[in-house]
Design a protein around this ligand. Structure first.
Ligand code: NAD
Ligand code: DAU
Length: 365
């Protein structure tokens, strides 16, 4: 029990109202009764309703707040005396980082610094047993490694950093800060670098949910460039299981790459979505949604290929992905079709403005 008698053995999660964070909290509380405190600013990407099922769960506490607010973080740490921090909060959309990078530097770089610094001060005040047990798990991305060519080996933990977008650069900056807090002060930091997630509760600005909803509504399906950019897809619950494994058994100071062994070209993902939507909600004239696919102007600096070598986490912690891509995609399409109320609650005026801004000027190729 870090720090003495007031601890409830809680874990402080940041960004828990977003896509991966809410899946993490929901799956955590299905498998353990260890309390969770969720600190989230509720930006456009955060939705407290994702966790509505936990409203009366005594193990769940929601706090609206900003990771850049050091006094707030210090007070939260004093009050809840967590045994760990799992840090998801970030600006996460590459296209938005190209249009308006400022928020990415503020939250991803400065916010992570504030959290690390307050964690260090809190950790220093713990008993030696509390300090030894404490963990700061920094959730990061494979985008920090840059872009691969078709025949290149997958990213491993020692691949040099080469971030290409403002988003990737801001995450790389935060990874370096996390590393420095371990190296300089011994704060027990763990870093995970994961590939593209998909699944329930993903905000429909990202490829998979955007394409599912556009296909359903008969709108065009905007594929950037030639559609041959490759991503490695991981079902979100598999990512959550990997984070739990790293939190419990990871080596402080270490980084772990997490991936799905499921490299797919974007165009193949989009055609698979068309076929699933056709199967689950056939068009009245039996036409294929594939006819909605439109190649549009590319994302500037678009990374060609990501691939993850996840052998370290498999070898050291016994984690491998459980969900094959085709089965996970089917579940995900089903979830979006079955959750129309959630979809309409997140597609606010601000969402529609973003879609107009990102796609209106992207000419069809
Ligand atoms: P998301 O955009 O869905 O959610 C981000 C959450 O952070 C939101 O709830 C938002 O309200 C909150 N937030 C933003 N700024 C904040 C601030 N200043 N203070 C407190 N809360 C704030 O993101 P996601 O897709 O769930 O990603 C979560 C984390 O995982 C991010 O750090 C991201 O870089 C990383 N990651 C994502 C993926 C992916 O495919 N989505 C893959 C690898 C790593
Ligand atoms: O690799 C991990 C990263 O995956 C995370 O760190 C990011 O937070 C997450 O957003 C994701 O980044 P991507 O840029 O890969 O995801 P996105 O869903 O935006 O795009 C996936 C691919 O699809 C990418 O090659 C761009 C392309 N795309 C995307 C959109 C939104 C399209 O072709 N059309 C689109 O409309």
């Amino acid at each position: 029990m870090p720090g003495g008698s007031t601890t409830r053995d809680a874990v402080l999660v940041t960004g828990g109202a977003g896509f991966i964070g809410s899946n993490f909290i929901l799956t955590w509380l299905q498998s353990t009764r260890s309390p969770i405190v969720n600190l989230d600013l509720l930006t456009y990407a955060g939705n407290a309703a994702n966790l509505a099922a936990l409203e009366s769960d005594p193990c769940y506490t929601f706090v609206r707040g900003d990771i850049c607010d050091s006094e707030r973080i210090a007070a939260l740490l004093r009050e809840h005396r967590p045994r760990a921090i799992v840090h998801f909060a970030a600006e996460s959309h590459v296209d938005r980082s190209i249009v308006a990078p400022d928020a990415f530097i503020r939250t991803n770089v400065h916010g992570t610094f504030v959290l690390l610094e307050q964690a260090r001060l809190y950790w220093s005040s713990l008993s030696s047993a509390g300090r030894a047990a404490f963990r700061f798990l920094h959730v990061s991305t494979d985008e920090v490694y840059g872009s691969l060519g078709a025949g290149d080996p997958a990213f491993c933990e020692t691949t040099p950093y080469a971030p290409n977008s403002p988003y990737a650069a801001s995450k790389a900056g935060s990874d370096h800060l996390a590393r420095a807090y371990y190296h300089t002060w011994g704060l027990p930091v763990l870093t995970t670098n994961c590939s593209n997630n998909y699944g329930p509760f993903q905000f429909p600005e990202k490829l998979i949910p955007l394409m599912i909803l556009n296909a359903l509504e008969g709108k065009s399906l905007p594929v950037y460039g030639d559609g041959k950019n490759v991503r490695d897809w991981l079902f979100v619950e598999d990512h959550c299981a990997a984070i739990r494994a790293v939190l419990e058994d990871g080596q402080p100071g270490a980084t772990y790459n997490i991936g799905g062994n499921s490299e797919r070209a974007n165009i193949d993902v989009v055609t698979a979505i068309c076929d699933l939507v056709d199967e689950m909600r056939p068009c009245s004239d039996d036409a294929s949604r594939r006819k909605l696919i439109t190649y549009v102007e590319d994302r500037p600096g678009h990374d060609r290929r990501y691939a993850i070598d996840a052998r370290k986490i498999a070898r050291e912690l016994g984690w491998t992905p459980a969900q094959p891509f085709e089965a996970g995609l089917r579940k995900t399409v089903r979830w979006y079709l079955d959750n129309a109320a959630w979809v309409s609650s997140v597609r606010t005026g601000a969402y529609r403005e973003w879609i107009a801004q990102n796609y209106a000027e992207r000419l069809a190729l």
